[in-house]
Design a protein around this ligand. Structure first.
Ligand code: CTP
Ligand code: MG
Length: 553
């Protein structure tokens, strides 16, 4: 319980509840965000979705005067919260008190007619506000505070890290700098809600929910936005054919598999997004992937979006990761640090390929934390045993049951510091018997590999699948070599002694581990056995194949 309370205060501190000081005279904050730390993911999603439905995204003129802008908008109703950000122009996210306020705003909005061009009359909540009287024409700075939606580059951050006084502080500071902010999280839900308006043309009762790193607690600013089109809430669905009464006449439109239905739904919604989705560009339908998806960029928010449907297991693994991240603050910090370290060394990449994915890496950290002599987090089997009747969940024959009530989980009193854990993490994977063993977070134990693959990580719910099927031997070797290097570095006195003081800029501790020069060191020091050409070509082909199959297991 103490750990849970600690986790709460940590999250309250780190989720970033402070909106711009520019809001001094702004509408009062409702304070709801402070409670995020102790909510289940489901409750959080419901609240954020509802907020998003009362919100609009407005493209503003530069030098917009904040007070006049708010006064103008409040003609339509009370504003509960708002913030500005920059991305190909100045944007504002404005949350109204009621949905009627948004309706009133849209009623007054004009669909512009431009000569030589025609527009699709689709009224979305992405608006553009042009009004000269709202702009500061004086030469003075507008003083408008923008909320950053991206982070500072890693090399600048390394300098900042070197000023910290302990490795633990470095790790905490890295987590705080790179995690999603309150505003970025709101923007993610708003983009899902805008997309829902499009999908609702076909399915008025649908919802679109973010999943993956946007909500699992491990997302870095700038990470992609994974969206899930949820049609389960449609009333009367999945009910057996009644003996009497009305049922929908779908005889002609039945497809021969769930997959075919998902593909046709995504194909149509993808087409709508492409044709009518304001700000949605580069729409690609990747319907033959194991998990069919529509990929596009949402320009006003800057998010790279992946829309999937019928992907309930991924939603469950998101919930599981969220739960683990909430149990002990060290979980999130360690995952963040390892993810940043991996990105800095090119172990992970934003392009799909034969490298380790962030999801795999997160499962590796969780597995390591289960394997401590006093485990920091319980096994998935234990979480399943604690589940109550309402937690029962079987999806396509896979048992996805685990406890949702955090208070039922008793944690062991492990007191290791983040510094110790980071060092041990590298040591653990520097010597892990990858060639024989598979990682299994259900049991919290390694097991003999059920099939040949350089890296085998059992999918927590679809247990016959390997989460890291895409990883080739070269990438695994690189990961292991880097773990060896980092573990060695952390044991050196030059690395682990704080340089301390605000004026010191020599890299030490975590900063040393993030320096790119260390990778070059590895290449020259370790003479690598060169793979035969056939292996390299095979790897290349694999990576090309994987490019169009981003979620392969
Ligand atoms: N997922 C899965 N099995 C995989 C890959 C992904 O179940 N082999 C699920 C996980 O729940 C994952 C989500 O799909 O969190 C989204 O996948 P992805 O975008 O690849 O990972 P993220 O965790 O979102 O990390 P990133 O920040 O790299 O996007
Ligand atoms: Mg993602």
């Amino acid at each position: 319980v103490r750990s849970l309370q600690k986790a709460d205060t940590f999250l309250q501190r780190s989720i970033g509840t402070d909106v711009a000081a520019a809001q001094a005279e702004a509408p009062p904050r409702d304070g709801s965000d402070e409670k995020d730390g102790c909510k289940s993911l489901h409750a959080l999603q419901v609240e954020r979705q509802e907020q998003a439905e009362r919100s609009v995204l407005i493209n503003c003129q530069s030098r917009t005067n904040e007070k006049k802008f708010l006064k103008y908008l409040s003609n339509h109703g009370d504003i509960k919260k708002y913030f500005f950000y920059e991305s190909y122009g100045l944007y504002a996210v404005v949350e109204f008190a009621k949905r009627e306020n948004v309706a009133s705003l849209l009623e007054g909005a004009v669909i512009p007619s431009v000569s030589h061009e025609s527009t699709v009359p689709f009224k979305s909540r992405l608006l553009s506000l042009r009004n000269l009287s709202l702009v500061d024409l004086s030469n003075q700075q507008s003083g408008l505070q923008c909320q950053p939606q991206t982070t500072i580059p890693i090399n600048e951050f390394i300098q900042r890290l070197s000023k910290e006084e302990s490795i633990d502080q470095q790790i905490t500071s890295l987590t705080e700098a790179y995690q999603l902010t309150e505003e970025n999280s709101r923007l993610r839900f708003l983009v899902c809600s805008l997309l829902k308006d499009i999908a609702a043309a076909y399915f008025p009762e649908c919802t679109i929910k973010p999943f993956g790193s946007s909500v699992n607690g491990f997302g870095k600013l700038g990470c992609d936005l994974d969206m899930f089109l949820d049609l389960d809430g449609i009333s009367g669905r999945n009910v057996k054919m009644p003996k009497s009464g009305l049922s929908l006449e779908y005889q002609m439109k039945r497809a021969n598999s769930e997959r075919a239905v998902t593909q046709s739904i995504l194909s149509v919604i993808g087409e709508c997004v492409d044709q009518f989705g304001p700000g949605c560009v580069g729409v690609q339908k990747i319907l033959n992937a194991r998990c069919p998806l529509v990929r596009f960029a949402h320009q006003p928010s800057g998010f790279q979006c992946d829309l999937t449907a019928n992907n309930r297991v991924a939603m469950k693994s998101t919930e599981l990761l969220y739960l683990y991240g909430q149990l002990d603050p060290r979980v999130r910090s360690l995952v963040f640090t390892v993810r940043c370290w991996a990105r800095a060394h090119g172990v992970t990449s934003s392009i799909p390929g034969a490298w380790i994915s962030n999801f795999s890496l997160t499962v590796m950290v969780l597995f390591f934390l289960q394997k401590r002599s006093i485990p920091i987090i319980p096994t998935l089997e234990h979480l399943r045993d604690l589940a109550g009747p309402a937690d029962k969940s079987v999806i396509e024959g896979n048992d996805c049951t685990f406890v949702s009530d955090f208070s039922k989980i008793q944690l062991k009193s492990n007191t290791e510091t983040l510094e110790q854990l980071l060092c041990e993490f590298f040591e653990f994977y520097a010597t892990f018997p990858f060639s024989r063993m598979s990682l299994n977070i259900r049991k919290g134990k390694e097991q003999n590999k059920p099939e040949v693959a350089p890296l085998h990580i059992q999918n927590p719910f679809e247990t016959s699948l390997n989460v890291s099927k895409n990883v080739n031997a070269t990438q695994l070797d690189r990961f292991v070599a880097l773990c060896q290097e980092s573990s060695w570095l952390l044991q050196q006195r030059e690395t682990n002694t704080p340089r301390g003081g605000a004026n010191m800029t020599t890299a030490w501790g975590l900063a040393t581990l993030l320096l790119p020069s260390q990778v070059a060191g590895i290449k020259s020091r370790k003479k690598r056995r060169r793979e035969p050409a056939s292996e390299r070509i095979k790897g290349l082909l694999e990576s090309l194949k994987n490019k169009n199959q981003p979620k392969t297991s």
